[in-house]
Design a protein. Structure first.
Length: 194
């Protein structure tokens, strides 16, 4: 389903991850339409996308898919939809997400405005790397919860209403084609048999 007809060279795949050949707009439209066409109830699809969107607000890069899958599974959402939801966090939005989660988390924990530049002095070989990262990581985790919930709520509402509309139109199209072919709910009609 997601395979390419012509496999790309690994360098081309890397380039596609950073900047899609057909542009971000086309990549976004493709992902959006894939979500519409997923099988499942609108609620399950929307829960899955919302779980992935929430996972994008956590500071655990590389684990967003796993977190999104776990949340979608817990809330009985669509697991594939959660993967699409993690695309909320991408190279264009991550700087804004990180700054927002840090500022909100710092304000929630300290009750004051966050410093404009957090102090990070990481010496990976000293064994104190975790101690150096925690002053930034903890506010980002705390700030990611309210911002992630707000984003997940907005995404849930948008996806659910869009998928409901799409599925209703799709059912109408299928029913219309069935009527045109001379098939009703009870099987082929008398006019189609003669």
């Amino acid at each position: 389903m997601f395979r390419r007809r012509i496999e790309l060279h690994p360098l081309q795949r890397l380039r596609e991850l950073v900047w899609p050949r057909l542009g971000w707009k086309r990549a976004f439209q493709y992902g959006w339409r894939r979500v519409w066409r997923l099988s499942g109830t609108p609620h399950a699809i929307a829960i899955g996308v919302a779980a992935g969107a929430f996972a994008s607000f956590t500071p655990f890069l590389g684990f967003h898919f796993v977190i999104g899958f776990a949340l979608a599974w817990i809330f009985r959402g669509n697991l594939i939809a959660s993967a699409f939801g993690t695309f909320i966090g991408n190279p264009l939005t991550f700087p804004f997400i990180w700054i927002g989660t840090y500022d909100v988390g710092y304000w929630l924990l300290q009750g004051s405005e966050a410093p404009s530049e957090p102090e990070l002095s990481i010496n990976m070989f000293s064994g104190q790397a975790i101690d150096a990262i925690l002053p930034v990581l903890v506010p980002m985790m705390v700030g990611g919860i309210p911002l992630g919930l707000v984003c997940a709520g907005i995404v849930y509402y948008l996806i659910r209403s869009t998928v409901e509309t799409y599925q209703a139109k799709r059912r109408e199209q299928i029913a219309k084609k069935a009527i045109e072919a001379g098939i009703d709910e009870n099987g082929p009609s008398a006019t189609a048999k003669s």
